[in-house]
Design a protein around this ligand. Structure first.
Ligand code: NZQ
Ligand code: ZN
Length: 391
């Protein structure tokens, strides 16, 4: 096991009607004037925003509504949000929505506390030393941003999609009511499931040794997600299955499954270029890239892939032919993605083979010459993985 430091300050309030507590939680976390940030309107349609406003009014908290965060959130709205936060002397950012509203809220919180262009913090020109506090009312289990140290924004200049990690990005509180996810379109539910599974794979596929505890936690979380996803496809209003997916999405990315391990994240790097270039749903992009990454890297650690196949996908073991077992596990993952309605090839998300060199150029700008730690991927490896994803 590697040495580690783990900081997870987020207070969770989980369950039915939890959103009614938002006013009390904001007061507890010392908010006095709140920026309420949300996405494209699902929270208006569902009535959630009304309930949040009622809770804020009841708590006597002044607030400003600021919507418009799009999937793969953009820098333009972040600049507007920072100006608004400063002009209105707001001291707390409340995100109501999914990863996109939360990441945009985190960026506003960083930018409002930084005397310069917030993008300096994303391209490494400046270090994060402060942020306004952020709270979350979650509406889609997927990105795990409700507890993560990360925020991912696309800058319109060059359409560069970049993340930045800092413990300042970890929300002070997150409200998770699984019933709020009943209205999700099936495609978004499945993309969310794919994203949280990918967050686990990025940690499970590691060169670290002596990580039996987190290996088993990863495997159990994956099994729970797979079982619950199958229920939710048939019964979108199954509370227990929705609740399992909600909490799994959080623990998949709050860092607890990655402690003591070297994490990989090359597949996320490969995917972020797809969502930057084609504006595809992040989870769908991962459904295309992860099977390709797995096929390409199976020989790096056949034993680890064999174990994944047996423990998560229920493939019968065959010690005489571990690679066959490993590949059967990857095939089972791909079949599961198809079962839940996810694309698994470039064609399924409108990506084009002729754009691969453009993807690779941007990948190099964002991530440098090599990628990942499970296998150090060169430009040529990344090209081969993109080609595998074309099929
Ligand atoms: O914008 P609205 O109208 O709210 O609609 C959203 C959006 O169209 C809709 N939606 C959300 N909750 C709903 C709902 N529709 C009906 N009922 C509900 N309850 O779903 C769509 C997707 O929402 P979005 O917030 O984009 O989803 P997600 O949580 O998957 O976030 C994706 C973003 O997070 C980034 C991704 O790259 C992408 O930009 N990530 C952030 C991470 C982090 N901060 O730690 C890690 C991830 O790996 C990821 O990169
Ligand atoms: Zn992700």
């Amino acid at each position: 096991m590697e040495n580690f430091r783990y900081f997870s300050p987020t207070e969770f309030v989980f369950g039915k009607n939890a959103e009614h507590e938002v006013g009390k939680l904001l007061l507890k976390h010392k908010a006095t004037r709140v920026l309420v940030h949300f996405g494209g309107g699902s929270v208006v349609k569902s009535g959630l925003l009304d309930r949040v406003e009622n809770a804020l009014n009841k708590a006597g908290l002044p607030y400003v509504l600021f919507g418009g965060a799009v999937p793969n959130p953009r820098s333009g709205l972040v600049y507007q949000g920072i100006d608004l936060a400063r002009a209105e002397h707001l001291d707390f950012v409340l995100a109501v929505g999914g990863g996109s509203a939360i990441d945009s809220a985190k960026a506003i919180a960083l930018g409002a506390a930084y005397d310069g262009d917030f993008w300096d913090l994303y391209d490494g020109k400046a270090k994060i030393v402060a942020a306004l506090p952020v709270g979350v009312v979650l509406t889609i289990p997927a990105a795990g941003s409700e507890a993560s140290a990360s925020t991912v924004i696309t800058h319109e200049r060059g359409m560069l999609k970049r993340g930045v990690l800092s413990d300042f990005n970890r929300p002070r509180f997150a409200i998770v009511n699984p019933e709020l996810t009943y209205t999700l379109p099936p495609y978004q539910t499945s993309a969310g499931v794919t994203d949280m599974m990918s967050h686990i794979f990025e940690r499970y596929l590691t060169p670290s040794k002596g990580v039996e505890l987190t290996d088993q936690l990863c495997e159990a979380t994956l099994r729970s997600i797979i079982a619950a996803a199958r229920v939710v496809i048939r019964e979108p209003k199954n509370y227990e299955a929705r609740a399992t997916i909600c909490w799994a999405g959080t623990i998949a990315h709050n860092g607890s499954l990655g402690v003591g391990r070297i994490e990989d994240w090359s597949t996320h790097g490969l995917e972020h270029e797809l969502s930057a270039l084609y504006d595809v749903t992040h989870g769908a992009g991962l459904a295309v890239m992860f099977p390709a990454f797995m096929k390409y890297t199976v020989d790096v650690d056949v034993e680890r892939y064999r174990r994944l196949a047996v423990t998560v996908w229920g493939i019968p073991d065959d010690p005489a032919d571990p690679k066959r077992v490993a590949l059967a596990g990857i095939a089972a993952f791909e079949a599961f993605l198809t079962e839940i309605g996810m694309p698994t090839t470039f064609g399924g998300i409108g990506a084009k083979q002729e754009d691969i060199e453009t993807l690779l150029d941007k990948l190099e700008i964002n991530r440098g010459k090599t990628l990942g730690s499970f296998m150090k991927l060169t430009r040529s490896d990344c090209r081969n993985i993109y080609l595998l994803a074309c099929k």
